[in-house]
Design a binder for this molecule. Sequence first.
Ligand code: CA
Length: 216
Amino acid sequence: MSCVDTMSIFNIILLFSWVTAQSNTYDLDFTSVVKNLQDELHRLKIQVENLEESHKTCVSSLKSFGLVHRKRLLLPENDQSNHVAFSAHISSGFTAASLGKGHEVVYDVSDTNIGNGYDNVTGTFRAPSAGVYAFTWTICADNHGEIEIELVINGRRRGVSHVDSEITNDLDCSTAFVIEKVSVGDLVFIRSTVAGEGLFMSDGRARWAFSGWKLF
Ligand SMILES: [Ca+2]
């Protein structure tokens, strides 16, 4: 109900109260009552017209500032169930031998886990809700490090990257990015596709990381 409607009803209630009070007197002057009613109706009519004009002016001003309908473009403020984002990294460097071939990479430090989809014990992200997601991961090779890594969604390869550092004291990193439609409960993780060799860096200089977030 608009402000104009509310004020009109309020004034009518006041008017009804006033008429009731008048009717309770024993010396009713009906001509006077009718005259007063006409005056009051005329006054209310002018007041409503003024309020309608003010309302039009307000709406026009809001539109000129782009404020009308803005709220409809935003997500509902209390709808947190649709928010999904995670980011995790490996806390220290490791060897190719410790990872091996065909093994899931475990990012033991969970930096962000909105929606609780990521498990830092297994390394797997389980989608809490269906939607289109973005996934990105970074791998870094230290001395003579080399490996190929794949992004797996429900058992299928959906992305791949490779890094190779051929010399001592060399550092090479590779970052990949994938956008994928995901169903609720889908499993997403990073896995080695080869045995690899050498060392991999994951410390304050550069680190292995795995992130994902729901776009819509
Ligand atoms: Ca190599």
